[in-house]
Design a protein around this ligand. Structure first.
Ligand SMILES: [Zn+2]
Ligand SMILES: [Zn+2]
Length: 318
């Protein structure tokens, strides 16, 4: 599903923009965090952006929306990747609030496990950029607490959490039945993460979760089906601009029907397996053509430079 009418180049924003009443998006480079709760009332921070820049941008947006003494009831993480959990500990300590995650996400936020190694061999923009990103977990100690399954998130009583694994084992999306608003985290994206052009334009389009960090595609597909079954009227995801309008539910249903995992890559045929303790079993790595190509390119550059230098010296001597 495309909506070519709304293209916005990537920026370092900060101050939040209201998506629907009670939900404001804070954009931090290429990822979104959400301030959930109407001004004047209790609120919760959903996701926290990157380890850099994000704490200050989120605090500034929170003060603008909720006033000088802005302090959330809690921080909720859809999952623990570095671009969603990056500023969580800093913000949680500053505000003295708990961080909630799904129990299956706990190992990666309490120092017990790293995420499965990222796999960039399927290619595409996000895969190449992912080579620079970490896949290590965090240790937030007792700041982070598991959200008991089926229970409400404190401060988010009118939102229902849905376990949407695949991208990570304990990934959670949030849905508000009253207006059909869906906070999808990285269960899906609203831009084509694999396209270099879309990294700049962020044209709205339903797209699979960030591929290099998704180690279970069958679960990811089922999660998109779960979300399609909710028939949302608004989709606000971790990456991309929010999608709203009467065709969103139908678009998501169609998208779920044609959901396409990468055809190649480490996790294409077999998933990584994880449990309450973290990653248990990994499929074997697959050959990565890029380092070899890069090494060959670098060798050629060094060779040409050495040859030029040698020639110059010879000329000077001669
Ligand atoms: Zn992620
Ligand atoms: Zn992400």
């Amino acid at each position: 599903m495309r909506d070519g009418t709304s293209i916005a180049p990537i920026t370092l924003r900060g101050p939040a923009e209201e998506v629907v009443p009670g939900v404001a998006r804070v954009e931090i480079l290429f990822v979104n965090a959400y301030l959930v709760g109407a001004p004047g009332g209790p609120w919760v921070l959903v996701d926290t952006g990157l380890p850099v820049l994000s704490a200050a941008l989120i605090r500034r947006a929170a003060v603008k929306r909720y006033g000088d003494r802005a302090r959330p009831e809690a921080i909720f993480l859809t999952h623990g990747h570095f671009d969603h959990a990056g500023a969580a500990l800093k913000l949680a300590r500053g505000w003295d609030v708990p961080i909630y995650v799904h129990p299956l996400e706990m190992p990666y936020l309490t120092g017990r496990s790293d995420y499965p190694p990222q796999d960039s061999t399927m290619g595409g923009a996000i895969a190449q950029m992912a080579r620079l990103f970490p896949d290590a977990g965090y240790d937030f100690g007792d700041r982070v607490q598991p959200l008991p399954e089926g229970s409400d998130i404190p401060g988010l009583e009118n939102w229902k959490p849905y376990h949407t694994p695949g991208h990570t084992p304990g990934h959670v999306s949030l849905f508000r039945e009253t207006d059909g608003a869906l906070l999808a985290g990285d269960a899906l994206a609203t831009m084509n993460l694999d396209s270099w052009t879309s990294q700049l334009t962020r044209e709205r389009e339903l797209h699979r979760p960030p591929a290099p960090f998704t180690p279970d595609w069958e679960a990811a597909r089922r999660s998109v089906e779960t979300l399609a079954g909710l028939e949302p009227s608004v989709i606000a995801a971790g990456h991309g601009l929010p999608m709203t309008g009467p065709h969103v539910a139908e678009g998501l249903r169609n998208y779920a029907g044609r959901f396409s995992p990468p055809r190649t890559g480490r996790y294409a045929a077999r998933p990584a397996r994880a449990d309450e303790e973290g990653v248990r079993e990994l499929p074997p790595p697959v050959p990565d053509p890029l380092p070899k190509r890069f090494a060959a390119g670098a060798a050629a550059v060094v060779g040409v430079a050495a040859l030029t230098l040698a020639r110059r010296r010879k000329r000077r001597r001669g």
